[in-house]
Design a protein around this ligand. Structure first.
Ligand code: AMP
Ligand code: MG
Length: 485
């Protein structure tokens, strides 16, 4: 893959070395081996498993061969607000950009190696990622993408015999992450905090030239760009809220400038509907609880706005920020209407939806199974058992009757099928990830392969794998995920 004809150097290296990035080298792993390759994503680049399973790749990661000459990996500098406090010195502490690859349409994407050893930004940490966290990120990227939510992607997992110390020793691993850009809100905060306005402007220019060429000719390119960032972020969070995704560590260094779901740590999908759900065991205050995600994303946009004050007038920044809530609300309602099979907008739809969320919360119903069950209901079939798995039948029927009356206002013979493409049968429940991780730690990657393929097509029936859409079994009720990765 290092010698692939579509590989180009990182465009990021046109910025100044030592300021924006540092040149780095991967630290070898013991007995690295390709554990999984995401063929679906690889195909987009004309890459196949053999590009990664062969010696050229593995020998480099094992330190047996140097990187082929033109490949000069780099780690980028950034800062960020972590749980509300500013940390001025972060950066890629365990990841490096390897280069860019163009997809079949000619669009260049950054390939980043994560878990590749220490860099000048490691702050004394080991620069490693454990197999557990790599698999969690790998699965999540593909699950989130399949739900139509913008995200970074994951191309492959490399396992090894290197032991990495966390709470206990764990096997170390690497993955290749793929994104148009890995720029974060914190990349811009970095130069604002250092009062390096020239560098801040260079970075904004790089970003606009590369990703927002439509604004180059504008009289107000920075303002137009910031408006887009706010809009894309609001749209992203609208999708998270509608699809029940909880990020867990919404620090500004984990917020993509392109509005991608980024840096998966202790994330989780809602299972029983609980707006106060905190997926990150380390988040003791619930700063990033599910229902707080919209507020926290807006807070992050304010941090970005502050760091752009040298480039954009304050009233323009405020005007863009003022659009956040309405964009998010409209995006959320639009997606939820689709989940409910409603094609026309009616004023009382918001109320119907609130009543549904109240019901789900009070009766502790499974968010995704209930909505999947509704697809059948909308098809006029007998009421699906998933609608009555828990809770009070009378309360559930009360809402269903209201819903039936709403559906009657817009008869639609294709509704059940359309809803089946909006409401996944399979979601990445924590216990599923855990099962797959435990098998992988024993050297068995077949369950990872199966789960990945299901999550890449979560709306299909996959009848042979019905077990994978079950709610969490009892053993998983105490499962917790933390920042440790
Ligand atoms: P994360 O929680 O993965 O978003 O990481 C936050 C910051 O800590 C980033 O700058 C990471 O590069 C850095 N970091 C996290 N874990 C490690 C590690 N094991 N070694 C070096 N840096 C790390
Ligand atoms: Mg991060």
């Amino acid at each position: 893959m290092f010698t692939h004809p579509l590989r180009q150097p990182c465009s990021y290296q046109q910025l100044t070395e030592g300021v924006f990035f540092a040149r780095v080298h991967p630290k070898p792993l013991e007995t690295p081996r390709l554990a999984h390759f995401n063929a679906r994503l690889g195909d987009r680049f004309g890459l196949t498993e053999t590009d990664f399973s062969g010696d050229a790749f593995v020998d480099v990661l094992a330190g047996r061969k140097p990187l082929p000459a033109p490949v000069e990996p780099l780690a980028t500098a950034y800062s960020g607000h972590q749980f509300g406090g500013f940390n001025p010195g972060l950066g890629d502490g365990r990841a490096m950009l390897l280069g860019e690859f163009s997809d079949r349409e000619g669009t260049p994407w950054e390939f980043q190696l994560k878990g590749s050893g220490p860099t000048p930004y490691s702050r004394g940490f080991d620069g490693r990622a454990v197999l557990r966290s790599v698999i969690r990120e790998y699965l999540a990227c593909e699950a989130v993408d399949a739900l139509g939510i913008a995200t970074t992607r994951a191309l492959c997992v490399v396992a090894s015999d290197t032991q990495v110390i966390r709470e206990i020793p764990e096997p170390g691993a690497m993955m290749i992450r793929v994104a148009r850009s890995h720029l974060r809100f914190g990349s811009f905060e970095h130069f604002y905090a250092r009062r390096q306005t020239g560098h801040l402007q260079q970075l904004a220019d790089y970003c606009i030239n590369r990703f927002y060429p439509q604004f180059k000719a504008s009289r107000t390119p920075y303002r137009d760009w910031f408006e887009t960032v706010v809009r894309d972020t609001a749209q992203l969070i609208a999708q998270w809220q509608a699809m029940g995704f909880c990020h867990g560590v919404m620090n500004t260094d984990n917020f993509s400038i392109l509005g991608l779901t980024f840096d998966y740590g202790p994330y989780g999908f809602l299972e029983r509907y609980d707006p106060r759900h905190i997926c990150n065991h380390s988040d003791t205050e619930g700063r990033y609880a599910f229902e707080r995600q919209p507020r926290m994303a807006l807070w992050n946009c304010y941090c970005l706005a502050q760091s752009l004050t040298p480039l954009i007038a304050r009233d323009s920044l405020q005007a863009a920020l003022d659009q956040f809530e309405s964009t998010l609300q409209a995006g959320y309602l639009a997606r939820m209407r689709r989940r409910l099979g409603l094609t026309r907008e009616r004023e009382d739809d918001g109320e119907l939806l609130s009543a549904l969320l109240n019901l789900l919360e009070r009766q502790q119903l499974d968010y995704h199974r209930f909505l999947r069950g509704l697809c059948h209901f909308a098809g006029g079939e007998a009421r699906h058992p998933w609608l009555y798995e828990r809770g009070d039948r009378e309360a559930i029927d009360h809402w269903l009757n209201r819903y039936a009356a709403r559906l009657a206002l817009e008869p639609n013979p294709g509704r059940a099928a359309a809803m089946g493409r909006e409401n996944p049968k399979f979601v990445l429940r924590n216990y599923l990830a855990q099962e797959v991780i435990e098998a992988a730690q024993e050297g068995d990657y077949a369950p990872l392969d199966t789960l990945l393929k299901i999550l890449q097509a979560p709306f299909e029936e996959h009848r042979l794998h019905d077990r994978w859409c079950e709610p969490a079994p009892d053993w998983a009720s105490g499962l917790s995920v933390s920042c440790s990765s």
